[in-house]
Design a protein around this ligand. Structure first.
Ligand SMILES: Nc1nc2c(c(=O)[nH]1)N[C@H]1C(S)=C(S)[C@@H](COP(=O)(O)OP(=O)(O)OC[C@H]3O[C@@H](n4cnc5c(=O)[nH]c(N)nc54)[C@H](O)[C@@H]3O)O[C@H]1N2
Ligand SMILES: Nc1nc2c(c(=O)[nH]1)N[C@H]1C(S)=C(S)[C@@H](COP(=O)(O)OP(=O)(O)OC[C@H]3O[C@@H](n4cnc5c(=O)[nH]c(N)nc54)[C@H](O)[C@@H]3O)O[C@H]1N2
Ligand SMILES: [Mo]
Length: 805
């Protein structure tokens, strides 16, 4: 989230799209309803009617996978009707930048596409530079290659007729959302967008979110109270775990993972540190080398020295274009290229796409360690229905894990608030927190290396590894300390003192910090994640900033990009809901994005400090699949052609191609129905935990499929019948739930049906059916490889014989 939970109460319009917030983020809804009580309009755009729809002012159903068409129509509406916030757009976004002559868009493809590589040469999308190497700008918007005009041209194709016949949303309903949300383009109005998996789990997932950011920038809704683009994160600490590198392509603090081609710290830094020639651009990532060296010092301690590149060579390096996310990890395993591994707190044999393939792939492992509370589809894959344990050689170790109430540590919520979570009772029997297991296992490995040596021992033996597991100590190290006495700006910091903020981190080895983003969270005074203080100044209280409650990254800033909430002289656009203000030579309110004076003084910096150019990107030349979001059909689509262009699917989409990866053809007669999948209120994700909780299992006991009465009639199915749902990859038994919550869509002049299924039911809990993911495909977004769980193709028929349910 650019903003945070309590801030939602400040919104005048709330667009919930691709999220069932009332059921899956009930805390967010507390604030949604507060806003609604104050007169905010709440809209839910979602294929399915849910409790979120019920509490909204209106619900607009759309066909899964068509959000870019829907939002592209909104961009066109905003630009055609001059609803955008002119000064904000001109000053703070790249609307005025001139794009180079090489850029073009035709037949659904941007310039620079290489068909054989399924990728773009992004140099073709570069901005035109002036003689100083700064992007050229035309704030009058007269230049035909300025971003605003290119964007207007791009979305001129997204007219109401076409958007309506693609999404299945009647024109009147489109206009209702467009008019209500675009009204927040005024100075004294703010609108927020809340999204989750309905937007991300698509082969156009990243562009879905890019487009909503474009809308928010056009309306001047980023950086202001009640605005923002707000990702409702999933698992309780998924924000904390991404901040801290749970994803394969990043190190803590979103530093890129080393790749084979960067064979020294120097070449890593050169490739990953952006350079700006514009004196008014803060270009914050220019500090990356300081964060990387402080991280290496945190990992290797005194063994990391300038002479050995601070131990950079001891880090594993990924292949240059290697993709190590779920889809490709299991693809490699399926091909027999993986020997063994650890699985903690996740159940991929249930929740990864194309689960039949995943389960089969696991048979190729020599060994597997599972840290779990229960037996799951993953730990017990070798005795799943249809498998012969005699023929599976994998040795499985099940490590009993402590439950979350049995351990302490930090949990970072979607609003970036890092809060300390306390242990309620010690772990039972032999179970342990995962951290303790990792510390112990690594200590045993280090001992073996020291005693028996081994190939390339340095990464193991040179680590500054703790002897005992201590979460508070880890938090202290994440913040980091000085490794020697240092004087900064006339102030002396002694060796061993905590670094007060990441602005003091260095690349000379004098500081340690295992996560620069968390630097400032644990000063000498103690662990700020433990704070529960409600004190606020009147200005902070006015918008509910709560700066003394827990600690938010970065530097306890509560609203990101808040310098965009003021005009270039430092006055809030909307004084009634000011986030920051320049008063008597200093900033008051929230912590601003850098302490420089306002832009007008000539000494200020542009507000979007994480971008090299300091301006927010309407035109985003960094994405894999194009600088402007474009509608593409899902990889499995009931349509034979894309209503918007000749390019049917995302041309850069990631896809696995093993013999277990069959796909339905476009408009495939065998699989004419769209399937979407989701969580349930009564279960947690794959259900590994909640299916073992009797009351929850009783509340939602078995696999079902939601379908409209129209589809049920066509298929001669009645509510409660057991049906077979089948895709190109597998089949699932489910109980038919015939409900008006689902409805047919009129698309391109014909009726398209959509059905929905939860993904929490698995075979280890008897009599509840098995994973819906046996149906879903191994295809993913080109930027993130997130799987397309939300739109694939199936068919449905009444079951002749019931086996699983
Ligand atoms: N009780 C409970 N709470 C949870 C979870 C849980 O399992 N149980 N899981 C947690 C986790 S890990 C996560 S990630 C979050 C998930 O939170 P959500 O994203 O809210 O969960 P989903 O149910 O996957 O999907 C959200 C909505 O997307 C809609 N949708 C499907 N396809 C599309 C589409 O193409 N476009 C649009 N606009 N909408 C679409 C679905 O109909 C659904 O209503 O919830 C978290 N909270
Ligand atoms: N079809 C479809 N598939 C999806 C999705 C979808 O919308 N549709 N959503 C995706 C999303 S957003 C997510 S987040 C994933 C989630 O899928 P999984 O990562 O598989 O999530 P869970 O079901 O929460 O599995 C967590 C496991 O950890 C165990 N566990 C709980 N607490 C602890 C603990 O403290 N320590 C240890 N070691 N174990 C613990 C539980 O018993 C459980 O078996 O599923 C994804 N898969
Ligand atoms: Mo999630």
């Amino acid at each position: 989230m650019t903003n945070h939970w309590t801030d939602i109460a400040n919104a005048d319009a709330i667009l919930i799209m691709g999220s069932n917030a009332a059921e899956h983020h009930p805390i967010s809804f507390k604030w949604v309803l507060k806003a609604k009580d104050k007169g905010a309009k709440v809209m839910h755009v979602d294929p399915k009617f849910s409790r979120t729809s019920a509490r909204s002012d209106f619900h607009v159903p759309l066909r899964s996978g068509t959000d870019i068409a829907f939002m592209g129509g909104l961009v066109k509406y905003i630009l055609d009707n001059d609803k955008y916030f002119h000064e904000y757009v001109a000053e703070y976004t790249n609307a005025a930048f001139i794009v180079g002559k090489d850029f073009s868009f035709s037949n659904g493809l941007f310039a620079g596409f290489d068909k054989s590589k399924k990728s773009y040469n992004k140099k073709k999308w570069a901005f035109e530079m002036d003689k100083n190497g700064v992007p050229r700008r035309d704030k009058t918007f007269k230049h035909d290659r300025c971003v605003l005009n290119l964007m207007h041209k791009h979305y001129s194709r997204y007219n109401l007729d076409k958007v309506s016949s693609t999404t299945g949303v009647p024109k009147k309903e489109l206009m209702r959302v467009y008019e209500t949300f675009a009204a927040t383009g005024k100075r004294d109005q703010a609108g927020t967008i809340m999204y989750a998996l309905g937007w991300t789990q698509h082969t156009v997932g990243v562009q879905n979110i890019r487009l909503s950011a474009i809308v928010q920038l056009l309306l001047g809704n980023i950086g202001v109270a009640g605005g923002g683009i707000n990702a409702l994160r999933g698992e309780p600490n998924v924000q904390g775990s991404t901040d801290h590198c749970i994803l394969y392509h990043i190190l803590p603090g979103y530093l890129p993972v080393p790749r084979a081609k960067w064979d020294s710290l120097e070449s890593y830094n050169k490739a990953n540190t952006p350079v700006s020639n514009d004196p008014q651009s803060a270009n914050w990532w220019q500090h990356k080398p300081k964060y990387m060296v402080s991280l290496l010092k945190g990992w290797f301690g005194d063994n990391a020295t300038p002479e050995n590149g601070f131990g950079y060579d001891w880090l594993p390096r990924c292949d240059d274009n290697g993709d190590y996310s779920y889809i490709f990890l299991f693809d490699r395993m399926y091909k027999g290229e993986v020997k063994g591994g650890f699985v903690y707190g996740t159940n991929p044999a249930q929740s990864a796409p194309n689960t039949n393939k995943v389960r089969k792939a696991m048979e190729n492992l020599d060994w597997l360690v599972v840290g779990e509370l229960h037996h799951t589809e993953t730990s017990d894959f070798w005795r799943r229905p249809g498998a012969d344990p005699e023929k599976i050689g994998t040795e499985v170790f099940l490590l009993p894990s402590a439950q979350r109430g049995e351990k302490e540590g930090s949990v970072t919520n979607s609003g970036r608030w890092m809060m300390w979570h306390y242990m309620a009772q010690p772990p039972i029997a032999q179970s342990k927190p995962m951290g303790a297991m990792v510390v112990d296992i690594m200590n045993a490995v280090r001992r073996l290396y020291r005693e028996e040596n081994g190939v390339f021992p340095e990464p193991i033996v040179n680590m500054d590894w703790p002897t005992d597991y201590n979460p508070d100590m880890m938090a202290k190290r994440n913040n980091g300390w000085f490794t020697r006495d240092v004087e900064i700006g006339g102030k002396l910091y002694k060796k061993g003192q905590q670094v007060p903020s990441f602005t003091k981190l260095t690349d000379d080895g004098s500081t340690v910090s295992t996560n620069w983003l968390q630097c400032g969270s644990y000063p000498d005074s103690g662990n700020l994640a433990k704070r529960r203080d409600h004190d606020q100044t009147p200005m902070q209280k006015n918008i509910g900033l709560f700066p003394n409650f827990s600690w938010a990254w970065p530097v306890n800033r509560r609203v990101l990009y808040n310098r965009a909430s003021v005009d270039p002289s430092g006055k809030p656009w909307n004084p009634a809901k000011a986030v920051i203000e320049w008063k008597n030579g200093k900033w008051v309110g929230d912590i601003p994005d850098g302490g420089w004076p306002p832009l007008d003084t000539g000494k200020g910096r542009y507000p979007f400090i994480m971008h090299k150019e300091g301006h927010a990107q309407l035109f985003g030349p960094g994405r894999q699949d194009g600088p402007l979001p474009e509608h593409y059909e899902p990889m499995e689509t009931p349509l034979k052609s894309n209503p918007f262009s000749r390019q049917l699917n995302n041309p850069c989409a990631k896809q696995a191609f093993s013999d277990a990866d069959a796909m339905a053809k476009p408009g495939d007669k065998r699989f004419p129905i769209v399937l979407t999948t989701y969580c349930l209120t009564e279960h947690w994700c794959g259900g590994g935990e909640t299916r073992n909780t009797p009351v929850l299992l009783e509340a939602e006991p078995q696999q079902y499929v939601e379908m409209s009465p129209q589809l049920a009639k066509e298929k001669d199915i009645e509510n409660g019948d057991v049906v077979i749902v089948e895709s190109a990859r597998g089949r699932v038994e489910a109980v038919a739930m015939v409900t008006v919550r689902m409805r047919p869509f009129k698309v391109e002049g014909r009726i398209i049906h959509e059905v929905g299924m939860p993904f929490c039911f698995g075979w280890t809990t008897p009599k509840c059916g098995d994973a819906v993911n046996r149906l879903t495909p191994s295809v993913g977004d080109p930027n993130t490889t997130i799987p397309e769980y939300k739109a694939s193709l199936v068919n449905i028929r009444k079951a002749d014989k019931v086996t699983e349910l």
